[in-house]
Design a protein around this ligand. Structure first.
Ligand code: NAP
Length: 326
């Protein structure tokens, strides 16, 4: 498939390397706001046609667009790509407010030949599927979970220095919940279902977004806590509790361990590829090339539930984004 990219930061380079390693994609078009940035990206990857205008980029001969722009631009760009007849792989979070899902949904409905997937990469890690199966098998014994994802951001020093990085800006839907919490909410909804009640207690930054926080997800039978932060590091593991036995899984975004401890002990971890985006790139390629409608429907329904929960969590706080509905 001919691949076009929006966003020229390191994550796009990692995705292009992962995608091309599968043999199913070839980078053919690079969009950047600045030609020099597009050219520098091509120099780091390989030759491709450069665009500085989105309409010309979308009108070009492309099969699939990978979107890794600031969060607040995802929904509009994804809908524009679908409306131009392209498949879409959009970075997490696909939207910054659940109301934006309708824009994407109607664009996809108007172009049913095109599919869209959110690049929530942990979903495609074989360790994620192992946890899903284990929770299903042991659901009756489930007594709760603590899902952790906290990492000192490479942009936090710039934020402290008075710069205004997008990821700490409400203008672009930044903050810990949207950036890292999305991984834990995906995990919670995929493993335990949609919670009955949610609340988020953010640790607010002066910019108006959350530097971190603690969320509580209440289910009829269990309670799940999410611990997230972009201004500290933790070595604490995420854990799922089954009475006397606990499953430890590392950070929800990386699933870098998977072991049973307590009454039972076992190491269940599957080795991961060096590039963490290879599994998702392969999954998307197969789904797009075979027009796997079931895969699309399943992931779309999950994404809708996740973004509704994220919206409900944010509604319990004072966090407001630049493109929220008035
Ligand atoms: N899956 C993962 O592991 C992972 C890891 C990191 C990030 N991400 C996701 O990838 C996305 C991009 O993250 P990032 O940290 O790379 O973001 P970023 O640096 O703030 O922006 C990404 C790109 O968007 C363009 N851009 C920057 N500011 C813009 C503005 N004001 N208006 C329009 N375009 C602008 C830039 O490309 P040009 O200058 O070329 O236009 C830039 O390279 C986010 O959604 C993030 O959640 C995912």
């Amino acid at each position: 498939m001919k691949l076009g990219i929006i966003g020229t930061n390191w994550i796009t380079q990692q995705f292009v390397e992962a995608a091309e390693s599968t043999g199913d994609y070839q980078l053919t078009a690079i969009y950047s706001r600045h030609e020099a940035t597009a050219a520098a990206f091509a120099a780091k990857t390989h030759e491709a046609t450069l665009y500085t205008e989105l309409p010309a980029f979308f009108a070009s001969d492309l099969d699939v667009v990978y979107i890794a722009s600031p969060n607040g631009l995802h929904a509009e760009q994804a809908a524009a790509a679908l409306n131009a007849g392209k498949h879409v792989i959009v970075e997490k979070p696909m939207v910054t407010h659940p109301s934006q899902l309708a824009l994407i949904e109607s664009a996809q409905a108007a172009h049913p030949e095109c599919l869209i997937f959110e690049a929530a990469r942990h979903l495609y890690d074989p360790n994620f599927a192992k946890i899903t199966a284990l929770v299903q098998q042991r659901r009756a014994a489930l007594t709760g979970a603590t899902l952790v994802y906290a990492k000192y951001s490479s942009r936090y020093d710039a934020y402290l220095a008075g710069e205004n990085p997008n990821i700490f800006s409400p203008r672009f839907g930044g903050g810990a919940l949207m950036d890292l919490g999305v991984y834990s909410v995906y995990a919670a909804v995929a493993w335990f279902g949609v919670p009955e009640q949610v609340v988020y207690l953010p640790s607010m930054l002066a910019s108006g977004v959350d530097g971190g926080g603690v969320a509580h997800l209440h289910y009829a039978d269990v309670d799940v806590n999410l611990v997230l932060g972009k201004n500290y590091n933790t070595s604490a593991s995420s854990e799922i509790y089954f009475g006397k036995t606990t499953l430890q899984l590392g950070a929800t975004g990386s699933l870098d361990e998977l072991k049973l401890v307590g009454a039972e002990t076992a190491d269940l971890h599957v080795t991961q590829p060096a590039n963490p985006m290879v599994d998702e790139a392969r999954y998307f390629a197969h789904a797009l090339m075979t027009h796997d409608q079931n895969a699309f429907e399943q992931q779309w329904q999950l994404a809708k539930q996740v973004h509704q929960v994220l919206g409900d969590l944010r509604a319990t706080t004072t966090i407001k984004f630049g493109n929220d509905p008035q």
